[in-house]
Every structure is written in C-alpha cells, then in structure tokens.
Write a protein that binds this ligand. Structure first.
Ligand code: TYM
Length: 331
C-alpha cells in the first residue's frame, strides 16, 4: 500500500514555533519516507470563527510561503488551499450524515473553544472535526503528522472511516496519527500549564515564526520560570521542561547535555542563550520566507499546481463514496 501523508495548518493568528515543532518540522523530516505528501492550508477551518476577508487571503499566502521556507519542497509535495477543492465540503456533508452529535460534543477542542457560550458559536466550529476527517479521507491518507491537540480528531476520523466502511463496504483508508513525543505539546511561555496557542490573548504566549531577534529576546526574557534556580527539567518544573525542550529541538543537543552545560548557572544566562539559539534557528527560515512572500504570483502558481495534482485523488474517493451510498444516477 502506498504511504500517503496528509496534514494542514489553519491560516489564522500567528504561526508559532509550537506549530512548527509539533507539525511542520515533522512533515519535512518525514517527506522522504512517503510516496505522496499533501499539505493543506485549511481556510475552511479558519472561518469556523470570524475572520477579516483581507487578512484571511493574506494569511493563506503567508502559510504557503512558510511551508516552503520551512523546507517543504513543492516539487515533491503538493501544497494547496482547502477551499480550492470542493470535494472537501461535499464529503463533509456525507460524513456528517454518519457522524453523531454525541461524539462531536465530546471533542475537547470544541469544548475549549466554545467555552460557556455553546449556544452562540457557529455550527462550523462544532462540525470542524468532520471537515478534518473529510480532508484526510479524500486522499487515502495513511499517516497524519500532528501535535497532541489534534489526536482526538484523528481518532474520530478513524471511527468515521471504519463506520462508513462497515456500512457501505471498503471505501476509506483508516489513517494513523504520527505524534512526536518530545514536541507533541509545546507549552505557552506565559503559562506552561497550557499549550502555546495562535489565538492566545497575549503575544508573550508564543514565539511567532516571523518574530524579530529583538522580540524573541524580549519574549524569552519575560517567559515564566519555576520556583528554584536550577536549569533542570522534570514533572515539578513545567516551565523549565518546556524551555529546555525548545532549546534541545533547536540546538540538536540533548536535554541532559544542556542541563550539565548550565549547571550552577542562573535563569538569566540560560534565557540569553536560548534566545540566541531560537534566533539562529529561525534566521534561514525567515530569510527564505521574505523572498517567497514578495512573489505572490509564484505562490499562487504553486498552490494551483498542488490543487491540480491532487484533484483526481479527491474526485475518485468522493465519487466512490457517493455511488456506495446510492447518490445520483451518473454512470
Ligand atoms: P492548527 O492550525 O491549530 O495547528 C497546526 C498544527 O500545529 C500543531 N500544534 C501544536 N503542536 C505542538 N505544540 C503546540 N502548542 C501546538 N499548537 C498547535 C497542531 O496539532 C497541528 O498539527 N484542525 C487542524 C488543522 C487540520 C488538519 C487537517 C490537520 C485541518 N485538517 C487534516 C491534519 C489533517 C488545526 O486546526 O491545526
């Protein structure tokens, strides 16, 4: 069986090092092990909460540029915009008719995002995981590299695929999530008990992929630390565990090596060095990004080509699902 990766990022908020370490970096590392890799810019997911139209268009191109700047090669992988392919919305409807209100009500991300106002949020926000299932199932995806917060959605995708296959006969490939333990959940700099988040109220929660060296320095300086003075990770030290984890991922050094290098030294010195490590890591990505983002036509061409390339896969799966159910009379 062909190994096919599928994943995506929402073009909303500021894409941060949590998105990068939890998802995009894995895609780059995995691309060569798969016959097909497909990376989507999930704009239909973004509109589950209000978006400014001009900003949304701008963000779509920014995410495309960022994918490529991070090392996704558009010649080897297909990069496309979700709303360019109508099959995503159409398969969502079919899956909706096989999904249950109970199982969607149990999605922790929906509970978090809707908060106390479940009556007032959009139906799109509630249905978001079914759209995500459609994204994945349309391409026969075998593997879905994501951060920990998307695990439950991939599990729902598996359930929906299995349920459909059992009812109508083998149609969908049942995908596996790929979650890298060390980077599954990068925590907020201002609150290490919650994940780093694009929609955080304060920019001091995250390091955006496009933050300048100055801003990175300020954010790391202000990052919350644990009580005590040791540069050590551990279950009783959530803040330092998170910072050490970021340091390790971006420097290539092991946590124990970093701990021993900083033994007897203070938080101030550690933070200064951590900011340097992040700045140096992001510099080549940022340089590549600024070139790409200034060529809007080039980006649009890459996205159109990606969409054209994968269209036959999506059309075939959708047609198969429709005919299994008995929809339409086309031969
Ligand atoms: P999104 O846009 O919220 O996040 C994009 C990716 O980043 C991961 N991520 C994190 N990883 C580690 N630490 C964090 N603090 C952190 N925050 C975010 C997410 O897990 C995700 O992998 N519904 C998805 C997008 C989507 C998708 C799909 C993904 C739509 N269809 C199909 C895979 C397959 C989302 O909103 O991700």
């Amino acid at each position: 069986m062909n190994k096919i990766i599928f994943s995506g990022v929402q073009p909303s908020g500021n894409i941060h090092i949590g998105n990068y370490l939890g998802a995009i970096k894995q895609w780059v590392d995995l691309s060569n092990d798969f016959e097909e890799s497909i990376y989507c810019i999930v704009d239909l997911h973004a509109i589950t909460v209000p978006q400014d139209p001009k900003e949304l268009r701008k963000k779509i191109l920014e995410v495309a540029a960022l994918y490529i700047a991070c090392g996704i090669d558009p010649k080897k992988s297909s990069i496309f915009v979700q709303s360019d392919r109508p099959e995503h919305s159409e398969l969502t409807w079919i899956l909706n008719c096989n999904a249950r209100i109970g199982e969607l009500s149990r999605m922790t991300q929906f509970k978090d995002k809707s908060g106390k106002d479940q009556e007032g949020v959009s139906i799109g926000l509630f249905d978001y995981p079914v759209l995500m299932a459609a994204d994945i199932l349309l391409y026969g995806s075998t593997h879905v590299p994501v951060g920990e917060d998307q695990k439950q959605h991939v599990e729902l995708t598996r359930d929906l695929a299995q349920r459909f296959n059992a009812k109508y006969g083998q149609t969908f490939t049942v995908p596996e999530p790929i979650i890298k333990k060390e980077t599954a959940r990068i925590m907020g700099l201002d609150d290490p008990t919650k994940k780093m988040s694009k929609s955080a109220a304060s920019p001091f929660n995250y390091i955006a992929m496009n933050d300048s060296p100055d801003i990175i320095g300020q954010k790391i300086k202000r990052a919350v630390t644990d009580s005590g003075t040791d540069i050590k990770s551990g279950s009783d030290k959530p803040a330092m565990t998170n910072l050490l984890n970021i340091y390790s991922e971006m420097s290539g050094q092991s946590i124990s090596q970093i701990e021993s290098d900083f033994s007897g030294k203070g938080y101030g010195e550690f933070k200064e060095k951590l900011a340097e490590v992040i700045v140096a890591y992001l510099r080549p990505i940022q340089e590549k990004y600024s070139k790409l983002i200034s060529d809007e036509e080039g980006l649009i061409e890459i996205l159109s080509e990606g969409s054209r390339r994968i269209a036959p896969m999506a059309q075939k799966t959708l047609q198969e699902a429709k005919s299994k159910i008995g929809l339409g009379v086309k031969r």
